[in-house]
Design a protein around this ligand. Structure first.
Ligand code: 5GP
Length: 215
């Protein structure tokens, strides 16, 4: 653990960061870059029924399961939120989140707006962050340049993007991903400011460091 985090160590619960964005806004890269450059924060590994893409690793990018297993987990109440996106199911395991948070690890969840809204309804203690592309034209360009989708899929993604953007005002922070460096700075700033909240400081550390001798 970095020295800067010592006073927020294991006696405190980790924080939960929920990040949503329309596809093509750069959310996945941003979350990955944030976790690489910041100690004490991990990406939440969701369960999904979609097929792994090239290079994706089971239990690292996602836990890949079939629909039957997924629906079984839904019935057993294993997800704190779940949603259907483009015909596939995605869900966050309550147990995985609880284990990390209670070990003092911050978790960043990259989930769609349906899932984020479920957490908001449950009043989950989390920081909600929405990532916007600089414009719809730029979003279209990025989807075209990715070269992974047909024209029809791209228009579906754009329609869905507009639907998701309508919910931007439910989130606490909005980050515009015009330049990835600036957006990453903004995201890091949000994480750092949440970590500085008074409730996140280890009370025992305060007592032992400052209050023990004087009383
Ligand atoms: P992709 O298949 O491109 O990795 O993700 C498609 C969408 O599903 C993205 O918007 C992503 O944020 C969302 N997603 C990934 N994991 C989860 C999850 O656990 N729950 C919900 N609600 N959405 C998720």
């Amino acid at each position: 653990m970095k020295a800067e985090n010592a006073y927020r160590s294991n006696k405190r619960r980790g924080s939960l960061f929920v990040v949503s964005a329309p596809s093509g806004a750069g959310k996945t890269s941003l979350c990955r870059m944030l976790c690489n450059k910041t100690g004490g924060i991990k990406h939440s590994v969701s369960y999904t029924t979609r097929e792994p893409r090239n290079g994706e690793i089971n239990d690292i990018d996602y836990t890949f399961i079939d629909k039957k297993e997924f629906l079984q987990m839904v019935r057993e109440g294993e997800f704190i939120e779940w949603a259907e996106v483009y015909g596939n199911y995605y869900g966050t395991s309550a147990r995985r989140i609880e284990e990390a948070i209670s070990a003092g690890i911050d978790i960043i969840m990259d989930i769609d707006t349906q899932g984020a809204k479920q957490l908001m309804e449950k009043k989950a203690d989390a920081t909600y962050i929405f990532i916007l592309p600089p414009s719809l034209e730029e979003l279209r360009n990025r989807l075209v340049c990715r070269n992974t989708d047909s024209g029809e899929v791209i228009s579906k993604r754009l329609q869905r993007a507009v639907k998701e953007i309508r919910d931007y005002n439910l989130y606490k922070y909005v980050i515009i991903n015009d330049s990835i460096e600036y957006a990453l700075d903004d995201l890091s700033a949000v994480v750092r400011s949440e970590r500085c909240r008074m409730e996140k400081i280890d009370e025992i550390w305060i007592k032992e460091t400052f209050l023990k001798e004087v009383g």
